[in-house]
Design a protein around this ligand. Structure first.
Ligand SMILES: Nc1nc2c(ncn2[C@@H]2O[C@H](COP(=O)(O)OP(=O)(O)O)[C@@H](O)[C@H]2O)c(=O)[nH]1
Ligand SMILES: [Mg+2]
Length: 248
């Protein structure tokens, strides 16, 4: 399997970083990790440097001077990753809500013929362990449903923090401009991929139901941020309309 570079956005994650799990992930899987420290004021950067030493350089650090939010940190990380010409890139959350074995399973799914984007989907099915607080689950379902309508794509879960992409012109173009949203940037990215030139077809997107996902405590996504993300959907919908018009 070709190696992927996986971006891990971090803002003051010193206390939640699980060093051993990250080091094991790059040892066991065909992945390299690029942590993006988004202007943290704690010891996030030195923790990543220590991991990098243990991982023989398979873990790298990109430091942004000031806090720009998750969306822009992911974009900066993906653009940096692309300079190394990988076949695939991805991003995951620093709290490993999506556990390492599931991350590798998502990466493998990108190998299927015709698949260019793989997204984890948090669906509570019998036999899975998706641990999410009820309020967050229901608010998340409303958000994802609206996102799906805006995107005109039958996507179940735009907001799971784990995604993989085949590297190519559609991805490069989709990352060229800053995102407008800190938290709803996944919706922007999917929208740009669907309406870009060249565009991806909806058939190239694959959602993989996760066997395990845990809402790790210490989230920075409070109710104010959730409201902000919901408002961002309005602007994203307007931008998508413009892009669709320009493309026809
Ligand atoms: N770059 C960056 N990443 C952030 C920021 N806030 C949160 N994150 C990262 O986004 C990911 C998910 O954050 P988390 O607080 O767990 O949110 P939740 O899981 O969506 O509730 C983690 O990797 C965080 O470090 C931020 O301001 N900048
Ligand atoms: Mg989290």
């Amino acid at each position: 399997m070709p190696e992927a570079i996986v971006v891990v956005p971090c803002f003051n994650e010193e206390r939640r970083l699980r060093d051993d799990d990250f080091v094991a992930l790059v040892r066991d899987g065909e992945v390299r990790l690029l942590f993006v420290d988004d202007g943290s004021t704690d010891a996030t950067a030195s923790r990543v440097r220590a991991m990098s030493e243990r991982a023989g350089g398979r873990i790298a650090l990109l430091q942004l001077p000031t806090n720009r939010g998750k969306g822009e940190a992911v974009r900066a990380g993906l653009l940096h990753a692309l300079t190394a010409s990988p076949v695939a890139v991805g991003y995951i959350d620093a709290d490993l809500s999506t556990p390492p074995e599931e991350i590798l399973r998502l990466q493998q799914a990108l190998e299927r013929p015709g698949v260019s984007v793989v997204m984890g989907a948090r669906i509570r099915l019998l036999g899975t362990r998706i641990e999410r607080e009820a309020t967050r689950h229901y608010l998340g379902r409303v958000f994802a449903t609206v996102a799906s309508l805006i995107l005109r794509l039958p996507v179940y879960d735009t907001q799971c923090g784990a995604k993989f992409f085949r590297v190519g012109e559609p991805l490069r173009r989709a990352l060229a401009e800053p995102f407008r949203s800190r938290w709803a940037f996944d919706v922007e990215l999917i929208g740009r991929l669907l309406t870009g030139s060249p565009a991806l077809s909806s058939a190239e997107f694959l959602e993989v139901p996760l066997a395990r996902w845990t809402d790790v405590s210490g989230s920075r996504l409070g109710s104010t941020q959730m409201m902000g993300a919901a408002m961002d959907l309005v602007a994203i919908a307007a931008e998508l309309r413009k892009r669709r018009r320009a493309g026809t």
